[in-house]
Ligand binder design. Structure first.
Ligand code: NAP
Ligand code: ZN
Ligand code: ZN
Length: 352
């Protein structure tokens, strides 16, 4: 075991505070990573604040991890010391069930191991990326393309794959009309990726404040959902809607925007159940779906796709001591478009 510095939650309401956590010894198939940057995902906040259920404190969150391999176990073949690597939301799965074999470890029938708030092999609670180092099985470690800097690569490990995966599943591409609801961390990546896939992209945001940005990211159209006219004008016009909103929205109002055989896929994960009126689905033979992150092979595919298409998240790099303010700004939809913690600031001795 080794002790590493981390920024940690001690209760649903208290600010995160600096401390230390333990990392397991590097096993034969493990990789030790010196973390360079860790992205701030809204899921970190939902988890710590108890939106999705009780969690064991203290808990260190963070599942958008980019860094450098510092040490490898004796059997490791996929990575070498010095490699630029990333870790997302999963650090293990059974690797034997039909879903794991199909490369969709996020749907492991025995449950994958979350990067934080999961149960590790030794029974302890996994601890995430707001920390100096992490030990992960080589299978769950991704290769970062050279052209993407660490701080911009980190958010791809959750925001990137969570939007890439449904866009591929529901075949966004030339001739498809895709709407993205909410333009935060996930949403802005959905816009960039859908555009790179060749789809006609519309952003549905609460206001027009980020319109210029949306168009720059590749959106063809941008509408405010605060304007009731938006829902009248756009009724029945989308093949695919990707909902990235972290709060409950009036799902029926958005389902009404789907064309024949259209699908609304929700990746946003509000705490409450969301009511849907079946009669809204009957119309236009619509589908309402969900999607969870993406498998390891598809995550690598997404990283390589982003490098090839020269797309990466827009980030605001912060010191670890700014993370509590950053969380408040995420809660206020005031994020442009992903906060990323510079983990070097954890290593520096605190100034008096
Ligand atoms: P985020 O950066 O906070 O973005 C969410 C966006 O939703 C905001 O920027 C805002 O966009 C919009 N929004 C927020 N509150 C709203 C409200 N009350 N009404 C209408 N729109 C609102 O969050 P994120 O990190 O992208 O995560 C988004 C959601 O996805 C979270 O619930 C997260 O837990 C979930 N998630 C799911 C998966 C998965 O596998 N399914 C993976 C990662 C994250 P505008 O300002 O443009 O309106
Ligand atoms: Zn996430
Ligand atoms: Zn499995």
């Amino acid at each position: 075991m080794s002790s590493v510095r981390a920024y940690t939650a001690t209760s649903p309401t208290a600010p995160l505070t600096p401390g230390t956590i333990e990392r397991r010894e590097v096993g034969p198939h493990d990789v030790l990573i010196d973390i360079a940057y860790a992205g701030v995902c809204h899921s970190d906040i939902h988890t710590v604040r108890g939106d999705w259920g009780r969690v064991p404190y203290p808990l260190t969150v963070g599942h958008e991890i980019a860094g450098v391999v510092a040490h490898v176990g004796s059997e490791v073949t996929r990575h070498r010391v010095g490699d630029r690597v990333g870790v997302g939301c999963m650090v293990d799965s059974c690797r034997e069930c039909v879903n794991c074999r199909a490369g969709v470890e996020q749907y492991c029938l025995r449950g994958f191991t979350d990067t934080y708030n999961g149960t590790d092999r030794d029974g302890s609670v996994t601890q995430g990326g707001y920390s100096e180092q992490i030990v992960v099985d080589e299978h769950f470690v991704l290769r970062l393309p050279e052209s993407i800097p660490f701080e911009r690569a980190a958010p791809l490990l959750c925001a990137g794959i969570t939007t890439y995966s449904p866009l591929r599943t529901w075949k966004a591409g030339p001739g498809t009309r895709v709407a993205v609801v909410g333009m935060g961390g996930l949403g802005h990546m959905a816009v960039k990726i859908a555009h790179a896939l060749g789809a006609e992209v519309t952003v549905l945001s609460q206001s027009l404040k980020k319109r210029e940005d949306g168009l720059r990211f590749g959106a063809d159209h941008y509408h405010a959902t605060s304007d009731p006219d938006t829902f009248t004008r756009l009724a029945g016009t989308f093949d695919l809607i990707v909902n990235t909103v972290s709060a409950s929205i009036d799902m029926d109002a958005y389902l009404d925007l789907l064309a024949l055989d259209g699908t609304l896929v929700s990746v946003g994960a509000p705490p409450e159940p969301v009511p849907v009126t079946l009669f809204t689905l009957f119309e236009n033979r619509r589908s309402f779906a969900g999607s969870k992150i993406g498998g390891i092979d598809q995550t690598q595919e997404m990283l390589d796709f982003c490098a090839e298409h020269d797309i990466a998240p827009e980030v605001e790099v912060i010191g670890a001591d700014q993370v509590n303010d950053a969380w408040e700004r995420v809660m206020a939809s005031d994020v442009r478009y992903r906060f990323v913690i510079d983990v070097a600031t954890l290593r520096e001795p605190a100034t008096a």
